[in-house]
Design a protein around this ligand. Structure first.
Ligand code: AMP
Length: 212
């Protein structure tokens, strides 16, 4: 499967991606994860992206396309991929279309997770992430066994810099202004599938029906 996951921050794209990769071995490619790793390693890319990410704004299209051109050409992508957090703007979607055309590939589906905004805000404000392995927790619905310590790897669990209330509200605004127009873009391309909610099994069933 070659799939784009669309939906606001906190819609559950990462969680759904894990369910779908488990189904057919496609790889999950998260531009947010790639950027966070670059920030943690202090690479040139990380230095360029850090302040922008902290404020909840978008990293430049050129920088993102540079990352994705390299990533999509790697061998593991041959099985299929789930793009999580990319594309995020119309210019990125157009550049992706050109790139895939050159590679002789095309997308199977753009899967939109439709979640009410109040659910998103609550979810992001209560979400916590392991600094080492990236496991996701929630202080209300999925706390770790020992406060502040990851059940999986023993790493520290923190609130991401861009999940403070101010950054969350900015990310949602950036989403509605710059990313939501992709829903129309992919509808026009005949690729859009919208699913209400973020239950992994329901999403997988909807996708299987669509791709039959
Ligand atoms: P995410 O984990 O997908 O919510 O991404 C975290 C942050 O990384 C975003 O708020 C942006 O600052 C940056 N980012 C991730 N993906 C992209 C993208 N495709 N285009 C621009 N910025 C991005």
């Amino acid at each position: 499967m070659k799939i784009i996951l669309l939906g606001p921050p906190g819609a559950g794209k990462g969680t759904i991606a894990k369910v779908l990769t488990g189904y057919d071995g496609s790889v999950q490619i998260s531009t947010g994860d790639i950027l966070r790793a670059a920030v943690a390693e202090g690479t040139e890319l990380g230095k360029q992206a850090e302040a922008v990410m902290k404020a909840g704004d978008l990293v430049s299209d050129d920088l993102i396309m540079g990352i994705m051109e390299q990533r999509l050409k790697q061998d593991d992508c041959k099985v299929g991929y789930l793009l999580d957090g990319f594309p995020r703007t119309i210019p990125q979607a157009e550049a992706l279309k050109l790139l895939l055309g050159k590679m002789g590939e095309k997308l199977d589906c753009a899967l939109e997770l439709d979640i009410p905004t109040d659910v998103i805000i609550d979810r992001l404000a209560t979400r916590r992430t392991c600094t080492q392995c990236g496991a996701i927790y929630n202080v209300k619905s999925k706390p770790p066994k020992v406060e502040g310590i990851c059940d999986v790897c023993g790493g520290d669990i923190v609130q991401r810099d861009d999940e403070t209330e101010e950054a969350v509200l900015n990310r949602l605004q950036v989403y509605s202004e710059q990313t939501a127009p992709l829903i129309g873009f992919y509808r026009d391309e005949g690729l859009l599938l919208t699913v209400q909610g973020s239950d992994g099994n329901q999403v997988l069933e909807a996708l299987k029906t669509r791709l039959k």
